[in-house]
Design a protein around this ligand. Structure first.
Ligand code: THU
Length: 136
């Protein structure tokens, strides 16, 4: 994917597609797959508040739907001043598909950039080995 300032511009252009009439906070995300593909998402709120979807969840859902299940980088921008980092639930959603060292990049409206690995954002994240799950 191109450099951070280009990605920031792309995410900024996506913000108006967010459906955020309740919080007024628009969030856009692009996830980069290990296969070189990119997948975008915005937050999609709902009148029944808990049914709302974060931008990261939208982007991850698009990636998995397209067959991309290994993520190498996750970029997030919002309409708020400063940097926005993924919420706790989204950190776990990223962790599920993250390549080791997957970088989360927060992009602010004035060119600010923050970088953290998913392991820094979610130490000791929950993983389950399907082979070890007891059924029946
Ligand atoms: N939001 C995201 O899309 N991603 C995050 O990581 C944090 C929060 C959205 C949810 C809600 O629509 C709005 O931002 C305000 O919380």
């Amino acid at each position: 994917m191109s450099d951070a300032s280009e990605i920031a511009a792309r995410l900024r252009a996506l913000l108006p597609r967010a459906h955020a009439p309740y919080s007024g906070v628009q969030v856009a995300c692009v996830v980069e797959g290990g296969d070189g593909t990119n997948h975008i998402g915005v937050n999609v709120e709902n009148a029944a508040y808990p049914q709302g979807l974060c931008a990261e969840a939208s982007a991850i859902s698009a990636a998995v739907t397209q067959g991309t299940t290994v993520l190498t980088r996750v970029f997030v921008a919002s309409s708020l001043p400063g940097l926005v980092w993924p919420c706790g639930g989204c950190r776990q959603k990223i962790f599920e598909f993250a390549a080791e060292g997957c970088e989360v990049v927060a992009l602010g409206p004035d060119g600010e950039i923050g970088r953290q690995t998913i392991e820094q954002l979610l130490p000791l994240g929950f993983r389950l080995d399907p082979a070890q799950v007891r059924r029946g």
